[in-house]
Write a protein that binds this ligand. Structure first.
Ligand code: SAH
Ligand code: SF4
Ligand code: F3S
Length: 460
């Protein structure tokens, strides 16, 4: 039995508990970690910067690529020692997509773990903590419960800061050949528009100026709206744009198939919708796209980009690419390189295909040799780096609005975000954090820009 304390009651005594959350994976996990902390706040758990001596540690995991489980077990080995140092008082929880996919194995291999919970059950954490405190064994919750978890969450207690995440859609029905997400996050589900607008207002009231709407397929969002209507993402963005003080909107991650006309038009009509879009294409070869079950061609993608650029000429693009999907030939790889040259990306992520247990591609014939994947990745990344550098260099000399998010690397410096999501370093006081000002870009570096304030006045 784990000698853990029962949750402290709400009130003065409650604030004594320390919660440390370790977050791996995508932005949705970052959002989830914040919400788990919100759910635990009424039990007296306050954030702790370090796991040492914490009353509870949550490891929020990602299963998307390579050796995800091994990485979890090696981190759990480290946390076990910290737990023992607390006389086993620390509650150790494993959350996220590895917990969902391999919950039983985690408990078998790491019996010192107290709680295993999947991404759809974190609203039940208080019960699990109470149970873990009482029970002789560990608690595992990896169902996809029928109730809507968002209905059971309190308002966020801790402000996210000038830039915030807001999950509006979860799960995926697309079943790309390589991907675990439909298995770890379940079926596509959209939150109702009213709840999203309410949460957005709450975030703005807490000081956020920029909100990124999140979903595994965020543009597949189709939410219940007032008057028994259903809205798409374009309409939701129009409504969000009306919230006073919400000066910047973004959304991620999108699927090309769900880029409908209204959403394209939203890029033309909504000035606060930032001119930067992450729209993963994965490959430029129609053969590979078909094998991936993406249900679009490379030319479909080119046409979507043309429509988006017609709507918003200054739109900058980002994408994800996988090299070495089973069956990918040199000619297929060249088709990806050609697509990259045609589109021109401001930024992009690229990965070697990594077989994931239980996905169709993992068992497919014609797996690509590791050294071939390596050389294709190098070639692709060199091209993408070159495009990113060109995009950064093209920003030099421009005046652009920058939303300041925190202190910079050096004293007297602050860092902010350009409309294109580049970090921008500027000399300026901490009092500017949370405001948006015009900055003249004076230099570009591989992953950031440097600028000078040309207008210290807040823009809005
Ligand atoms: N929903 C998004 C992406 C989710 S996963 C979309 O449809 O595009 C984030 C990225 O991880 C993917 O875009 C893909 O490029 C990469 N990825 C997913 N599974 C992978 C695998 N098995 N091997 C390598 N990369 C993978
Ligand atoms: Fe994974 Fe494809 Fe769904 Fe994206 S659309 S989450 S890559 S299955
Ligand atoms: Fe990873 Fe799960 Fe996100 S597998 S990428 S944490 S949806």
């Amino acid at each position: 039995m784990n000698a853990v304390q029962t949750p402290a009651p709400i009130g003065e005594a409650a604030a004594r508990k320390r919660l440390h959350v370790i977050t791996w994976g995508c932005q949705m996990n970052v959002y989830d970690s914040g919400r788990m902390a919100d759910v635990l706040a009424p039990l007296g758990y306050a954030p702790a910067a370090e796991p040492d001596g914490a009353d509870m540690v949550i490891l929020n995991t990602c299963h998307i690529r390579d050796k995800a489980a091994e990485k979890v077990f090696s981190e759990l080995g480290r946390l076990r020692r910290l737990k023992e140092a607390t006389g086993n008082r620390m509650i150790l929880a494993v959350a996220g997509c590895v917990a969902q996919a391999e919950g039983a194995e985690i408990l078998a291999r790491a019996p010192y773990v107290d709680i295993v919970l999947g991404p759809q059950t974190y609203h039940r954490l208080p019960e699990m903590v109470a149970q873990a405190s009482r029970a002789a064994g560990a608690v595992i919750e990896t169902d996809f419960p029928p109730e809507e978890k968002f209905d059971h969450l309190p308002d966020s207690a801790t402000p996210q800061g000038p830039t915030a995440f807001l999950t509006i859609q979860e799960g995926c029905d697309k079943f790309c050949s390589f991907c675990v997400v439909p298995y770890t996050r379940g079926a596509e589900a959209s939150r109702p528009a009213g709840a999203i607008l309410r949460e957005a207002r709450h975030l703005v009231a807490q000081g956020s100026r920029e909100i990124t709407l999140l979903g595994q397929n965020v543009n597949a969002w189709h939410g219940e709206a007032p008057g028994a209507a259903t809205w798409g993402l374009g309409r939701l963005l129009r409504e969000l744009a009306e919230i006073p003080g919400l000066t910047r909107l973004r959304y991620a991650t999108s699927h090309p198939r769900d880029m409908d006309d209204d959403l394209v038009a939203a890029h033309r009509d909504i000035p606060s919708l930032m001119p930067f879009l992450h729209l993963p294409v994965q490959s430029g070869s129609d053969r590979v796209l078909a094998a991936m079950n993406r249900k679009h061609t490379a030319d479909d993608y080119r046409r979507i980009i043309d429509r988006l650029r017609a709507a918003r000429p200054d739109l900058a693009l980002s994408s994800d690419f996988i090299v070495g999907h089973p069956g990918e030939t040199d000619a297929d790889h060249e088709a990806t390189m050609a697509l990259v040259r045609d589109v021109g990306f401001a930024q992009a992520y690229s990965f070697k295909y990594s077989p994931r247990p239980g996905t169709p591609a993992a068992g497919a014939p014609m797996q690509v040799a590791e050294d071939v994947k390596d050389s294709r990745l190098q070639a692709l990344q060199a091209l993408l780096r070159e495009q990113q550098a060109r995009f950064g260099a093209g920003c030099v000399g421009l005046d652009m609005p920058v939303l300041f998010t925190g202190p910079g690397r050096h004293p007297g410096q602050i860092v902010g975000r350009s409309p294109y999501l580049q970090p921008v370093h500027v000399s300026g006081g901490a009092n500017l954090v949370g405001t948006e000002s015009i900055v003249r870009i004076v230099a570009s570096h591989p992953n950031s820009l440097a600028g000078t304030l040309v207008q210290e006045r807040q823009i809005a």
